[in-house]
Design a protein. Structure first.
Length: 196
């Protein structure tokens, strides 16, 4: 009988401890949630001027080891659509991907400008090398490199060929020189006339 009473007492104590533990966990998590809500509320209660003053505090900067003056997470696009109108021998080229401006340089889609100039394009995916040929004239470019080869001689271009949204872009003057064409740019109507 005593054994039975002892087991009953131990089970009762364990049940009470379990209940207390559950209550403790419940109230602790409720308090954490309430604190998080308060933190969020406090975060939005500060004006931007107050937040800037707080972030300029040397102790805050030291604690978080952050420079608030240089936010590297904010990035501006490095290129934008140019609206450039391109003509080859007075015929307007219709691009499926619009020409862009990158670092103040007009870039045009490689395949379409080459087609408009009557040139053929080859591409070596493993090396990122692009070959363009028309008649006896030949130029070779590499994605990401400003070095261009004109019939074997090396020169540096104003911008490297780059892929934007799956399209390879190049500076138009690369083709003018490499394929023996001449260029005339008009800022008044944002047009580029290529004669070959």
């Amino acid at each position: 009988m005593r054994m039975m009473g002892g087991h009953y007492l131990i089970r009762t104590i364990l049940k009470i401890l379990s209940l207390l533990l559950i209550c403790f966990i419940f109230f602790s998590s409720s308090q954490v949630i309430a604190e998080e809500k308060n933190l969020i509320k406090l975060e939005y209660d500060y004006s931007s001027e107050e937040m800037e003053k707080w972030m300029e505090n040397p102790l805050v900067k030291k604690q978080f080891a952050i420079s608030f003056d240089n936010d590297s997470t904010v990035q501006t696009p490095s290129y934008k659509k140019s609206g450039l109108n391109v003509y080859v021998n007075e015929q307007k080229i219709t691009f499926s991907s619009e020409p862009v401006i990158y670092q103040n340089i007009n870039l045009v889609p490689l395949r379409e400008i080459a087609k408009g100039l009557g040139a053929t394009v080859t591409y070596d995916k493993s090396s990122g090398t692009v070959g363009v040929k028309k008649g006896v004239r030949e130029l070779t470019l590499t994605l990401g490199s400003k070095t261009v080869y004109y019939n074997g001689s090396t020169e540096t271009t104003s911008a490297a060929p780059k892929i934007i949204n799956g399209v390879t872009y190049v500076p138009a003057q690369v083709f003018a020189k490499g394929l023996g064409a001449s260029l005339k740019f008009s800022s008044s109507n944002n047009s580029l006339k290529i004669t070959i």
